[in-house]
Ligand binder design. Sequence first.
Ligand code: PLP
Length: 389
Amino acid sequence: MNTYSRLPVSFVKGEGVWLWDSQGERYLDALSGVAVCGLGHSHPRLAEAICRQAKTLIHTSNIYIIERQEQLAKRLAELSGMEKVFFSNSGAEANEAAIKLARLYGHNKGITLPTIIVMEQSFHGRTMATLTATGNRKVQAGFEPLLTGFVRVPYNNLEAVKQVAENNKNVVAVLVEPFQGEGGVNIPQARYLKELRELCDAYNWLLMLDEVQSGIGRSGKWFAFQHSDIMPDVMTLAKGLGSGVPIGACLAKGIATKVLKPGNHASTFGGNPLVCAAALETLAVLEEDGLIEHAHQLGIAMRDQLHSELDGVNGVVDIRGQGLLIGIELSVPCTDLVVKALDQKLLINVTSEKVVRLLPALVMRQDEGKQVVEITCRLIKEFLNNRLN
Ligand SMILES: *Cc1c(COP(=O)(O)O)cnc(C)c1O
């Protein structure tokens, strides 16, 4: 269906941070399939793990014990400090699981109209519940009636959450991205999560973190919440988890592990042997090759270089990010930059109309990162020069 306005290029091969189109032209990829291909394209170890698993066993059913799934759940628990995992096939589905978990948690407490606090500019997916939770009218328009049971507050605003706490006795959870990706690469104040945690504790709400984009090393830590000194009750993952193989996960800790019972939720494909093998290998490569720390360092180097090239340039509003989630906000809409970059054989993204977003693979080398920033800055300067002068 006509659901995408596609760029006029088709890639046929990939290796590391490089892609080749059907004409044999090579492109430098600073988007990674929108934060998915953390290991770069067709990583040999990932390809090998997928082949090996495919030749052994691809799918059974969650009716049976799935060893690979248990191994993956255990590994995710070790890395995050969470305790239980539900596997889905996408980020939206991981968030659906979280939303259902929160609602059931409320009903179990006798709250018959459970309400979840969500944020402005948030993005949680395109299913009915997750687009309702999403703080972007464009995502919702035309799909009304939306769901009830959500209340929206500005991001990075603790006072607004406190006001809801005083006025709404139906709240059962807060659903929030530790760093907003689609909403414009927004990084909240350092104590934001910590104070949200304290509010959740005071009111017995679940703190549910959508780490679909920020998780699996993207932020320079395994999970973005690890930049703060807190633990969530629920965390959702997808994008980078399978390095391109569709897999999502909803993780729970403490009281949140006790909510969903057999029959409450399910997925036919969720966590099958094939996708779990891919995710296990992704985690193994990220760890053994030191790619999380590398993402942290490369992110600093790229932002430093962006600052030295763009600070003081008329029309550059802000340069921000954490790890390899990097945003450059301009004063004017700049979606045209995506096509201009494509002409220069560079893949970048613009989100929230004015924010150039870079999401390089965690395997990107320093010299490749430098190249990304050089081309991006040249394009931004040319663009602003034409637009503002
Ligand atoms: C991409 C994204 C989603 C949706 O994931 P899908 O796999 O496309 O359903 C949800 N939350 C966040 C923060 C995302 O970036």
